[in-house]
Write a protein that binds this ligand. Sequence first.
Ligand code: PAD
Ligand code: ZN
Length: 361
Amino acid sequence: MTISVRGVVARAKGEPVEIMQITVPDPGPGEALVRVQACGVCHTDLHYREGGIGDDFPYLLGHEAAGVVEAAGDDVTEVRPGDFVILNWRAVCGNCRACARGRPWYCFSTHNAAQKMTLGDGTPLSPALGIGAFAERTLVAAGQCTKVSPGAGAEVAGLLGCGVMAGLGAALNTGGVTRGDTVAVIGCGGVGDAAILGARLAGARTIIGVDIDERKLEWARGFGATHVINSAAADPVAGIRELTGGFGADVVIEAIGRPETYEQAFYARDLAGTVVLVGVPTPEMRLDLPLLDVFGRGGALKSSWYGDCLPSRDFPMLIELYLDGRLPLDKFVSERVSLGDVEEAFAKMTRGEVLRSVVLF
Ligand code: PAD
Ligand code: ZN
């Protein structure tokens, strides 16, 4: 059996996305069918449309989502029909060398659905990040569904599926920010603001937001930045040092993915401090740093994949904190739109007008 639903498809590189009828198979072994309730519009969806991630068109876009499990394969034990879940792109395998070493958040062999969703004519779709949630129903691996309290509502819960989790985790998991730390976040979009929120949650003393857009700096203050620096007008390295007793920050999070801002992060941290790269660079980018500085400044240069999150551990905990009024996730939702508005949401994102447009079903 299959069902036919509407989904947002990128058919060819650089072409506007289209709403098309897609065919979704019944869940087989290890799979779950999810009725999507909300899905955020993320930069990565636009990267797919522009051919920046691969050439496996057509793509079924959307991956930052929450919804309700409608059906599950016979052998599935993780979730049941009716469960409210956040979709994740890290369904850990439990067997790879990362999992075997007790570091499942690095899992090198994550699960996706085995069966393909297709266009009406049978053309297989490539679901964005193995999810494909700009669709009324989507088929995923059961491990991609993380059950959480339904109290949060889908538009907020879905945020944890990608960018907001990446930013929170960059501070909490990868950066290991703890009480009393000084933290700087370079790039205050959705991911950077989530890193600011994570730093605040962890008890950081000083949190410095850096961006070239005044509007973003205003929002960064709203998420808990104690200071902001407009790096279009002032040297952020000097500014961060000045705000941290002349030393630099304990943890500097780069949330853009560019060599020049990475270099700022590198020099804006204190001796033996930590740099976290959560922004995603493009293949042609290169870094040129004196190796003596890499050695002499010590500390740790880390990358953060999906905030080094473990969905089963982190999603329910963060939703509880939200419900308890301690993590204002709702502030990331700039607007609620419908399935036909994804292209317009890309434009608003590119113009820097929104943190997250969320498609509601
Ligand atoms: P965004 O475009 O909303 O935010 C980027 C911010 O950087 C904007 O506020 C810009 O104004 C600002 N900016 C741009 N250039 C500069 C500059 N030279 N100096 C200072 N500020 C600047 O994107 P986002 O917050 O949604 O995503 C940020 C990055 O995180 C992006 O590279 C995305 O691909 C990446 C990401 N990583 C993961 C992961 O697992 N590591 C997950 C999701 C997103
Ligand atoms: Zn994303």
